[in-house]
Design a binder for this molecule. Structure first.
Ligand SMILES: [Zn+2]
Length: 377
């Protein structure tokens, strides 16, 4: 396979993107840059607004008839802090050197996709049509993906580049993720004069937190209480506490069991202590599991091997836009693209991985013309 990826240009694109600040819901300038680049590569680009931000959807017309289109996806936003970002390129590694993240999650993926389609255009490699979806506010709860108008998307197969680690990993399963908020209402009383008349919401909360299963519950299930707010004054038996937590599992039965354990413990403790508890829950996204026999998974294995990369199928405990795409009937594989130590002040990417990630995208586009499977809608 001849080398079509221009590493120098790829690095330039990535560092251009690093210099554009794009925290969640503030992807405007990033969108402008991407749009201009995609138009240069012959793509039709539309910006689909939703309440809060927008998604960029780009279509590249195929040059081969009767071939299935391929969807490529990454998110435009980054976790914070990013203000005043400083980075260095040293020993073939691009890393953050300030008190900020690098934003390789997911700007390195955006750069890899842009380079792949630029190389494609330059060399007139035949392809069967490309749809690119750049989402927004992924980091704040997959907002862009959740607002996608799936009727406008033709592809049934997608590559999402949003998984950390060396290039080669394919995420074949991700959990369902629910969040909940528990409001515990006690009874306020003066803590010095008549504390016996009060019911401390803080003590009730403490009991509930101690009882609630958390951490790694089994290989497929985790739970966490991440936020607690409450009380008002040291001289008042606390009236109210709010607890916010989450549960994730690859197994819906297990998820339900853990949830019921936590919620019923809360209710019975509150009843026993003469407090009240109100619970609200929300499903953030649904689990998916790609079957090992899935033709698109085997296709991706081949693509990686053709790039001299050993494919590895993994489970993740995190969610990504791939959850939402799979929920909508698109076979979406989330690939690791080389970014490392994401969401930290030590975030970096090796230039070799930056290159490989782009190469994999390009090779997938080329190989898609021969993808035999014709899925029904
Ligand atoms: Zn990400």
């Amino acid at each position: 396979m001849e080398n079509l990826i221009n590493t120098r240009r790829l690095v330039d694109t990535f560092t251009d993107l690093i210099n554009i600040n794009s925290p969640s819901f503030q992807e405007g300038l990033m969108g402008d840059y991407i749009e201009a680049r995609l138009k240069l590569s012959g793509f039709r680009v539309v910006r689909r607004q939703y309440d809060g931000s927008f998604n960029l959807i780009a279509h590249g017309k195929g040059t081969i008839k009767n071939s299935l289109p391929l969807m490529l996806s990454a998110h435009m936003d980054t976790i914070e802090p990013t203000e005043g970002i400083r980075y260095e390129v040293k020993n073939n590694i691009i890393r953050t050197i300030g008190n900020t993240v690098l934003g390789a999650d997911d700007k390195s993926a955006v750069a890899q996709i842009l380079e792949a389609v630029t190389a494609l255009k330059e060399t007139d490699v035949p392809h069967g049509g490309i749809e690119i979806v750049f989402t927004s506010a992924e980091e704040k709860g997959l907002h862009g993906a959740k607002h996608l108008d799936f009727k406008k998307i033709k592809s049934r197969h997608a590559i999402v580049l949003d998984s950390a680690g060396k290039v080669g990993k394919i995420v074949v399963a991700a959990p369902t993720h629910i969040t909940y908020e528990m409001h515990i209402i006690g009874k306020p009383a003066h803590a010095g004069i008549e504390p016996e008349k009060g019911v401390s919401a803080i003590k009730v909360a403490a009991e509930i937190i101690t009882k609630a299963p958390d951490g790694r519950i089994n290989r497929e299930t985790t739970a966490n209480i991440g936020i607690i707010n409450g009380g008002g004054a040291t001289n008042v038996v606390s009236k109210q506490v709010a607890i916010r937590g989450e549960i994730r599992s690859h197994d819906p039965v297990m998820l339900k069991r853990v949830k019921n354990t936590i919620f019923s413990a809360a209710k019975s403790i509150a009843r026993m202590r003469k407090a009240k508890v109100f619970i609200e829950e929300q499903t953030e996204y649904q689990a998916f599991r790609i079957n090992e026999a899935e033709p698109f998974l085997r296709f991706m294995d081949e693509v990686l091997k053709e790039c001299c990369i050993r494919p590895e199928h993994t489970l993740t405990g995190g969610g990504s836009d791939a959850n939402i795409l799979n929920q909508h009937g698109i076979v979406a594989l989330n690939l690791s693209n080389g970014m490392q130590k994401v969401h930290s002040h030590e975030e970096y990417i090796h230039l070799d991985d930056l290159y490989k990630g782009s190469l994999v995208v390009l090779q997938a586009i080329r190989k898609m013309t021969g993808f035999p499977d014709r899925p029904q809608r």
